[in-house]
Design a binder for this molecule. Structure first.
Ligand code: ACO
Length: 318
């Protein structure tokens, strides 16, 4: 069995902060940000919470699928930036979409979260445990940023994306995932509830060793894509799209180069949204789907990477 995507949805806040706006807040420029990252703007939440955005994206995915929400059996929300610890965002989504028979829980693996949640959903479906699963990635990264730190505040945005998966006969999705906890210090953000936070307010914001994260991503993403392909009889040429976590254009270009694969098969939308962590992959999937860029039978490779450090990939048929 495979989980086929029957519907996609996304939500981004209306408020937009472009690079020129940011240059009035910190010492930076549109030219620097575009050249180093490819980012042009980001959407920043006002009153919207993480679970609100998750629910809006989920509603659109359910609506497009035509599936009765009461059929949904599992809701997974990937997030590391929920304003509330509990109830979890997945239960808020359940309430909003009316998925009264579902069980919901959140999954935190930062920027890798959506791909890990997608893998989890596919594993449940191929094992025959669940047939109808809603998978959401939602983040309010703006709450976690030190808006005086130009090395991090330029990189992130807020938003949510969702997919509704339904079981069908077919080749199961193929996946791989890894963590390296020893490298966790490269990308951290303490909870405001931790004792450490009382000692240093700054630690409750994102801290990142940008160059270490860059090198990690460029090395590990091609490796895991090859690891997934090695479980199949497919070659790189037979993959229609590589839908990567949208952290940085230079990372994606470097991955394409290492795989000797044309960059046109690596869609990007980070110019518009920046890095929305666990939401980047489902927002991009939703955009491609709604623009009619995806056709049944195409082979898609998802890959996420981020704090932990963690990285994951999934190959499946659209
Ligand atoms: N505007 C202007 N100058 C800046 C800015 C800014 N926003 N930020 C840093 N600089 C300066 C630095 O102070 C430094 O100045 P110096 O040479 O006088 O010391 C100079 O620019 C170069 O800084 P570096 O950190 O070496 O710049 P680098 O080329 O590595 O680019 C970046 C930084 C964009 C963060 C890069 O390391 C990167 O993309 N890393 C990947 C990390 C990433 O994408 N993380 C996203 C979150 S994690 C994830 O999603 C997986």
């Amino acid at each position: 069995m495979i989980g086929k995507i029957y519907g996609t949805g996304s939500y981004v806040p209306q408020r937009v902060l472009d690079n020129d706006d940011l240059s009035k807040i910190v010492d930076t420029s549109d030219e620097w940000i575009r050249e180093r990252t490819g980012i042009g703007k980001r959407h920043i939440a006002g009153d919207e919470t993480t679970s609100f955005m998750a629910g809006e994206a989920a509603l659109k995915a359910v609506e497009q699928s035509g599936i009765d929400p009461e059929q949904i059996e599992l809701i997974l929300v990937a997030t590391s930036s929920s304003e509330v610890i509990f109830p979890c965002a997945a239960c808020e989504v359940q309430k909003k979409v009316g998925a009264v028979h579902a069980v919901g829980y959140d999954l935190n693996s930062a920027c890798t979260g959506f791909v890990l949640a997608f893998n989890t959903a596919q594993a449940y479906i191929s094992a025959g445990i669940y047939r109808t699963v809603l998978v959401v990635g939602a983040e309010s990264m703006s709450n976690m940023l030190d808006w005086t730190d130009r090395s991090t505040c330029i990189l992130f945005g807020d938003g949510a994306g969702a997919v509704l998966l339904c079981a069908e006969e077919g080749t199961p999705a193929v996946m791989a995932a890894h963590s390296d906890g020893k490298k966790g210090a490269a990308l951290t953000c303490l909870s405001r509830h931790s004792k450490e936070w009382e000692k240093s307010d700054k630690d409750s914001y994102i801290h990142m060793n940008g160059q270490e994260v860059f090198k990690f991503a460029v090395r590990k993403v091609p490796e895991i894509i090859k690891e997934v392909l090695a479980q199949t009889e497919l070659t790189l040429d037979q993959i229609d799209y590589f839908i990567l976590h949208q952290a940085n254009r230079r990372i994606i270009e470097a991955v394409a180069k290492r795989l000797k694969t044309d960059i046109s098969r690596f869609p990007m939308n980070l110019e518009e949204y920046a890095n929305t962590s666990a939401a980047t992959v489902p927002i991009l999937l939703d955009e491609m789907n709604r623009k009619g860029e995806l056709e049944r039978g195409q082979k898609l490779m998802l890959s996420g990477f981020g704090a932990g450090l963690t990285w994951a990939a999934c190959l499946f048929e659209w």
